[in-house]
Design a protein. Structure first.
Length: 137
């Protein structure tokens, strides 16, 4: 199974305040543990919303809004993509993340078999082909 761990933004991350050298080092050590466990596929921090945009869709029309956006607990400041056997395994690792404060959210990523009959063999094959092409680039 694959899981996305979403690191929630804080007022500091939205202000562009970067971690200290010690915090970067601690996170590097934590990421090494995830890699050694065979769990980590990707992990990145995100710039504040001041450097981002949102696109809202309504009735086939796209409306763009550029940041910054009002601070809420729904904003993301980073993420990990992890492979694990269960949600409990991810929770066990992420409880050791070196955050002095803040919040993370863990969500399972849909797999092809989760979509049922609507996701036909032809659509599955096309998605796999797209994944292979994307991985090559």
């Amino acid at each position: 199974m694959r899981f996305m761990v979403i690191v929630k933004a804080t007022r500091d991350t939205e202000a562009g305040i970067l971690p200290t050298t010690e915090e970067f080092a601690a996170m590097g050590r934590f990421n090494e543990q995830l890699i050694e466990a065979g769990m980590m596929e990707a992990g990145e921090g995100l710039h504040p919303t001041a450097k981002g945009a949102r696109i809202a869709f309504s009735d086939g029309t796209a409306r763009v809004a550029r940041g910054p956006f009002d601070y809420t607990s729904d904003l993301a400041a980073g993420f990990w993509m992890l492979k694990a056997g269960s949600l409990d395994e991810v929770i066990a690792y992420m409880q050791r993340a070196p955050f002095p404060s803040g919040e993370i959210e863990i969500r399972q990523v849909y797999a092809a078999e989760d979509f049922g009959e609507a996701f036909t063999p032809q659509l599955r094959e096309k998605e796999e082909r797209q994944r292979r092409l994307s991985a090559k680039r």
